[in-house]
Ligand binder design. Structure first.
Ligand SMILES: [Zn+2]
Length: 342
């Protein structure tokens, strides 16, 4: 039987430090979208009424049964339109579910991680994509990986200026964009900084931080700033080196290739594309959640990346990933594997 772990009212003292018997049971209700009755409760301290649903990520959702299939579909290469067709949803409904689940996964990705074990090795690389218009709105996408486990620590996108070969049509497109939006910003460095900082949060207890990157000239300084020069061991690889399995950066290159495959919007020569950068970032949360918690580390391996690092006990099923709400931070949110029974 479900036991509420705390009062959901964050202003109530029973939210931060719930005492035994802080609630009374108030019967059940029968939602149309569920087979089982949902238990209701009331807090003795603040009087707030709540139910088991109040703790769920699908609180107030229509068709909560479609959340897990939608996650699997969007995290394994299909676009939103095809997912909507397959599940019998409207495109708008699929878009709204995509955003809500994306925000949930963003919190979950941050809540479930812990300090990296000694001997962890980090790899950083950037891949290039675009938003809306390929020839005038390029994006860079730094991705930070723990090498042995293949745990994706962070990935996010940032606008960069168009560069490379210019055709007359491309110059026209760039000029038109500048008239509409102003000059395009180069936020590459800021995104790399934020990504490295996500790594530094997990590496705060490591005596030695090993980082592997290509030879981009800004990386050594940014890496020293993020991890501290005295414990950083930074190795670089020339990006001209053939990208085979022998390349030291193969793990991060391979993970990038996997991201391009699993996130349809990163694929080249595809009809799928990100219209807005912020939705690409939500899509990346799907990739990180799927890659770190659901998928096996390798096809030949039973464990997930997060399991290898000791962040979770076993691989998570999509429905478990989307079970309990995560917006109360790592200490107060319920764990996806928590059955909340006592
Ligand atoms: Zn309360």
């Amino acid at each position: 039987m479900f036991q509420p772990p705390r009062c959901p009212n964050h202003r109530c003292p029973q939210h931060a430090r719930p005492g035994p018997g802080f609630f009374v049971r108030k019967g059940y209700y029968h939602p149309l979208c569920r087979a089982h009755p949902v238990p209701r409760f009331q807090c003795r301290s603040c009087g707030r009424g709540f139910s088991r649903q109040t703790f769920r990520a699908d609180y107030r959702d229509h068709r909560p049964d479609l959340n897990a299939p939608l996650f699997v579909s969007l995290a394994t290469g299909l676009g939103q339109r095809q997912t909507a067709r397959n599940l019998g949803l409207s495109l708008r409904c699929c878009q709204l579910k995509f955003r809500k689940l994306g925000r949930h996964l963003w919190r979950l990705n941050l809540n479930l991680r812990g300090p990296l074990p000694e001997g962890s090795r980090l790899q950083l690389d950037e891949l290039e994509t675009y938003e809306g218009r390929r020839n005038s709105r390029p994006l860079t996408l730094p991705l930070l990986l723990e090498r042995e486990s293949r745990f994706v620590i962070w990935a996010e996108s940032a606008s960069i200026r168009p560069r490379g070969r210019m055709s007359a049509a491309r110059e026209r497109a760039i000029a038109e964009d500048e008239r509409r939006f102003g000059p395009r910003r180069d936020d590459s460095e800021r995104a790399v900084k934020r990504t490295l900082r996500r790594g530094a949060q997990l590496a705060s207890e490591l005596e030695r931080v090993e980082l592997e990157t290509d030879e981009k000239s800004t990386y050594p300084r940014l890496a020293r700033e993020a991890f501290g020069a005295e414990r950083l061991v930074h190795r670089t690889t020339n990006s001209e080196l053939a990208r085979t399995t022998w390349n030291p950066l193969f793990p991060v290159n391979h993970t990038e290739a996997m991201a391009r495959d699993l996130l349809g919007r990163l694929r080249r020569e595809s009809w799928l594309a990100s219209k807005k950068r912020r939705y690409l970032d939500l899509g990346l949360q799907y990739f990180m959640a799927y890659r770190n918690y659901v998928r096996r580390r390798f096809n030949s391996c039973e464990e997930s990346a997060a399991q290898v690092l000791g962040f979770v006990k076993r691989r998570l099923r999509p429905a478990e990933l989307l079970s309990w709400r995560q917006d109360w931070g790592p200490a107060r949110s319920m764990h996806p594997l928590d059955r909340a029974t006592a």
